[in-house]
Ligand binder design. Structure first.
Ligand SMILES: Cc1cc2nc3c(=O)[nH]c(=O)nc-3n(C[C@H](O)[C@H](O)[C@H](O)COP(=O)(O)O)c2cc1C
Length: 172
């Protein structure tokens, strides 16, 4: 899929189909996160992926919107050292977006989930001491499939629920 089309057609997925994400697709998403750029190439992130249903249900209890985790096929946590520099949050965002765009390029939807209980999430994820989960991505095939190629990229741009271009962008 064309990169621009993948970017503009991607939306957060609220409901997932009961269909597993193949191991090789999972691997490519995780590689996309791993090769993300970061400040001074520090790569402060660690990723924990799970498609274990019991663990997904346990993770659901740690986020703001449990149903999103309960229905997904896979979760990927992006974790950072608890004492990471402020730049690390930006790095984690770059890695997370890489993962979600690589997923979408293969028809796999996703949604970032913030946590109400990071300590419990860290325990469920068996994170090493000193690591804290930054964001929990739910992933899976969308319950209502959307074909990016069904519309031109510009139409996806216009349909996005976003602030107007002129409010966001200033040219000097
Ligand atoms: C169930 C659910 C939970 C979400 N939780 C978070 C969150 O905790 N943190 C976050 O940055 N975005 C979260 N989002 C994503 C934003 O709400 C989303 O990027 C924004 O509303 C634009 O959505 P769209 O791309 O579908 O238009 C969540 C979305 C959904 C559907």
């Amino acid at each position: 899929m064309d990169a621009f089309l993948a970017i503009v057609s991607r939306r957060e997925i609220r409901d997932y189909a009961e269909r597993p994400v193949p191991a090789e697709v999972q691997r490519r998403m995780l590689e996309a996160g791993r090769v993300a750029g970061s400040s001074r190439n520090r790569q402060p992130w660690r990723f924990v992926a799970t498609d274990d249903r019991e663990r997904l249900d346990a993770l659901a209890e740690t986020v703001f919107e449990p149903a999103n985790l309960r229905g997904c096929a896979l979760a990927i946590a992006v974790a950072l050292p608890a004492d990471a520099r402020p730049t690390a949050s930006f790095d984690a965002g770059r890695a997370a977006q890489n993962i979600m765009l690589a997923a979408w390029s293969e028809g796999v939807g996703s949604c970032p989930n913030g946590m109400t209980d990071r300590e419990r999430a860290a325990a469920v994820l068996e994170l090493a001491d000193g690591l804290a989960p930054m964001i929990l991505l739910s992933l899976g095939y969308p319950a209502r499939p959307r074909d990016p190629a069904a519309r031109p990229a510009q139409e996806w741009v216009e349909r996005a629920d976003r602030l107007p271009y002129d409010e966001v962008v200033r040219r000097l």
